[in-house]
Design a binder for this molecule. Structure first.
Ligand SMILES: CC(C)(COP(=O)(O)OP(=O)(O)OC[C@H]1O[C@@H](n2cnc3c(N)ncnc32)[C@H](O)[C@@H]1OP(=O)(O)O)[C@@H](O)C(=O)NCCC(=O)NCCS
Length: 300
C-alpha cells in the first residue's frame, strides 16, 4: 500500500463520486436501510473545486481513490460536504488524516462556525468528528412520500411563489433572506443552482415582501429552503410541497431539521415517511437551524 494524500483534481471527481456512492451504500445497507445513493455527474464538486481548490482532498492508494474529503466556506460558515473512505480501507486512519487536511482549510477560511451532516447511525463518523471539535446538535430527517399521498388535503399555498430570474434585484433578495436565516451570503450557491437545469427556484412572497426562497429538483426534492423568520417556515414548506405536488414527479422529499417543528409536523401530517435519520454536527455555539432546510448532506 503506497498511500498519498493530495489536493483533488477535476479529473478525479468522477472516480471520487463512484467511491463515495459505494461507501454510502455499504454503510446504509449494513445498517438495514437499503441503498441511499446513486452516482451522478460531479457538477457541484467541480464548481467547488473551481471556487476554492483548497477544500478538496483525495487519499490515493496505488492509483486508486481510497478516500475523499470536500469542504467549502461561505462567509462565517465552513461546511464539510463529504468525508468518505473506501469500505475496504476504513479503520486505518485515512478518514482522520483527510479530516486534518480539511480542518486546515477551515482555519485558513477564517470561518467562525463549522458544520456537517452525517448519519445518525454511524458511530465511527460521529466519534471522529467529536475528536475534531464538532459535536452532535440537531437530528435531520430525510422524509419522503409518493406525490399523491402528499397532495391529499394539502392546504392551498399560503404564500405566493414567483420563479426566480437572474436579475441583480432577485439576488439581493436572496442575499437578504440568507442573512436572516443563516447569517451569511450564499450568492455563489444561488449562482450554481441557477445554472443547474434540473433545479428550479422560487421566491416566496407574503404580500409584496420576499420572505423566503425554495428550490425544487426535477425529481421532486425540496431544498435548500430559507425564510426570514422562524414563524414563516411552515407556510414556506407548505408552499414548496404544493409546488412539488403540482409537478409530474413520482415522489416528494426534503431534509427537515428537528428544530423546524412546524415543518416537520406538516410533513408527517401529509404522510411523509422518515427514510434516513441524519445528524447536524457543528462547532460549539452553532447548529440551531430554525429558518432553514438544507438541500442534502453534501449541499448545505
Ligand atoms: C467515517 C469515515 C470517513 C472514517 O474514516 P476511517 O478511515 O474509517 O476512520 P479512521 O480510521 O481515520 O478513524 C476512526 C476513528 O473513529 C473513531 N471511532 C470509531 N468507532 C468509534 C466509536 N464506536 N465511538 C467513538 N469513536 C469511534 C475513533 O476516533 C477512531 O480512531 P481510533 O481508532 O484511532 O481511535 C469512514 O469510516 C467512512 O467513510 N464511513 C462511511 C461513510 C461515512 O459515514 N462518512 C461520513 C459522512 S459525513
Amino acid at each position: 500500500m503506497s498511500l498519498v494524500y493530495r489536493p483533488a483534481r477535476a479529473d478525479d471527481l468522477a472516480a471520487t463520486d463512484a467511491m463515495v456512492v459505494g461507501s454510502i451504500n455499504e454503510l446504509t445497507v449494513r445498517h438495514g436501510f437499503g441503498p441511499m445513493a446513486a452516482t451522478s455527474p460531479p457538477n457541484f464538486q467541480l464548481f467547488s473545486l473551481e471556487d476554492d481548490p483548497d477544500g478538496l482532498w483525495v487519499a490515493e492508494d496505488d492509483g486508486e481513490i481510497a478516500g475523499f474529503a470536500w469542504s467549502s466556506a461561505c462567509g462565517d460558515i465552513w461546511f464539510l460536504a463529504q468525508l468518505f473512505v473506501d469500505p475496504g480501507r476504513q479503520g486505518h486512519g485515512i478518514g482522520n488524516t483527510l479530516l486534518e487536511r480539511t480542518m486546515q482549510h477551515a482555519r485558513k477560511s477564517g470561518a467562525v462556525h463549522r458544520a456537517l451532516i452525517t448519519f445518525t447511525f454511524n458511530r465511527v463518523s460521529q466519534g471522529l468528528y467529536m475528536r475534531h471539535g464538532l459535536f452532535p446538535k440537531t437530528p435531520i430527517y430525510y422524509l419522503g412520500a409518493a406525490r399523491e399521498q402528499v397532495t391529499k388535503a394539502l392546504p392551498q399555498s399560503p404564500l405566493r411563489a414567483i420563479e426566480m430570474d437572474g436579475s441583480a434585484a432577485t439576488m439581493e433578495k436572496l442575499i437578504k433572506i440568507d442573512a436572516s436565516a443563516l447569517g451569511v451570503s450564499r450568492e455563489k450557491h444561488h449562482r450554481y443552482l441557477r445554472s443547474d437545469s434540473a433545479t428550479t427556484g422560487v421566491l416566496l412572497l407574503a404580500g409584496s415582501e420576499a420572505i423566503g426562497y425554495s428550490y425544487l429538483s426535477a425529481g421532486g426534492h425540496i431544498g435548500p429552503l430559507a425564510v426570514t423568520r422562524p414563524d414563516f417556515l411552515r407556510d414556506a414548506f407548505a408552499t414548496a410541497l404544493r409546488l412539488a405536488a403540482d409537478r409530474s414527479v413520482e415522489k416528494v422529499s426534503a431534509f427537515l431539521p428537528g428544530t423546524c417543528e412546524s415543518a416537520l409536523a406538516l410533513a408527517v401530517d401529509q404522510g411523509m415517511r422518515i427514510t434516513f435519520p441524519m445528524l447536524l454536527m457543528a462547532s460549539p455555539g452553532y447548529g440551531g437551524w430554525t429558518q432553514y432546510l438544507p438541500r442534502n448532506p453534501g449541499f448545505m
